[in-house]
Design a protein around this ligand. Structure first.
Ligand code: R5P
Length: 304
């Protein structure tokens, strides 16, 4: 059962029109753009697409993938508070990539625990959040970070595993660090891949140390699988070590293609062949579409 179009609408910003239209089509919803104006001083003005009576439907969904998140958080604040004042009673955020989830403790005195701060901010705006592979390390469930009635987590690991099974049928799947074990386990269970997980110690933004697990990489087509690549240093070092250990090839599959700065170049210089990602963050490496699973989750939230 789908929700009638007059009862729900999907709002999006112009830079995410393509994924918004894919999601709206998969969910059988109407998608409408939020108008965004930047004043000369940098402040933002938003205008929401109201009906002739100046109102929004009862159920409003906002699509905003939170890569490059800082300004988008202000957009969410303005859009969500305005939507409530215009009649929205159930507000859902679809954020295929959820930012600020990695800083989950204060590593040094005085540090902001961004996961809690941003999670609390989003919980104050939305009734439901749908996301893909949020980086949950020291907590297990998204609702521990964002205390909303419905916090829905999807994973890119299985669709990426399907792609890997097609492109590298006998792949040796390797996770670059302990956190990746969850995605490696899901992907390996789906296709019976041989698999292993490295250990990593982070020394800085672009400096990590990695130790390979005991595995025989000799002559194998290795695929490194992780939730995200940011600077690419984690995957690049893992790739170098695997090639030194005799791997025939190393390709990379990630849910979130952040690829900051020279990340892709660093990966290729390390010997990485193909790079595949889901379309949670628009990027030339996108090879797996998430609109279908996102739409299914959205329809289920909208039915409540
Ligand atoms: C952290 O554990 C994540 O899963 C990634 O491994 C990490 O964010 C990758 O960062 P970078 O690409 O900057 O090494």
């Amino acid at each position: 059962m789908t929700v009638a179009p007059h009862q729900a609408c999907l709002l999006y910003f112009a830079d995410e029109e393509a994924p918004a239209l894919r999601l709206a089509q998969a969910a059988g919803m109407t998608a409408q753009a939020v108008e965004r104006h930047r004043f000369p001083d940098g402040e933002l003005k938003l205008r929401l697409p109201v009906n002739a009576a100046g109102r929004l439907p009862r159920r409003v969904v906002l699509l905003r993938s939170l890569h490059q998140p800082n300004e988008k958080l202000v957009e969410l604040l303005l859009a969500a508070r305005t939507a409530r004042s215009l009649g929205a009673q159930q507000l859902t955020l679809v954020a295929p990539y959820l930012a600020y989830m990695r800083q989950d403790i204060a590593f040094h005195p005085g540090e902001a625990v961004s996961q809690q701060v941003v999670g609390g901010f989003l919980a104050g705006l939305f009734d439901a959040v749908i996301t893909v592979d949020p980086h949950l390390h020291r907590i297990n469930r998204l609702e521990q970070a964002i205390t909303v009635p419905q916090a829905v987590v999807l994973s890119g690991a299985e669709p990426l595993a399907d792609l890997i099974a097609d492109r590298r049928p006998n792949a040796l799947l390797v996770g670059p660090d302990g956190e990746s074990a969850q995605w490696i386990a899901q992907a390996a269970a789906r296709h019976g891949f041989d698999h292993a997980v490295c250990t990593k110690v982070r020394h800085g933004d672009r400096h990590v140390a990695i130790e390979l697990p005991s595995l025989n990489a000799q002559g194998r087509a290795v695929v490194l699988l992780d939730d995200m690549a940011s600077t690419g240093r984690t995957l690049a070092l893992a790739a170098r070590l695997l090639l030194q250990a005799g791997a025939a090839s190393v390709d990379v599959a990630v849910t979130h293609a952040l690829f900051a700065g020279d990340a892709l170049q660093v990966l290729h210089e390390a010997g990485v062949g193909e790079v595949w990602s889901t379309d949670c963050i628009p990027h030339p490496s996108n090879a797996v579409a998430m609109a279908g699973p996102l739409a299914t989750a959205l329809q289920s939230v909208l039915r409540t």
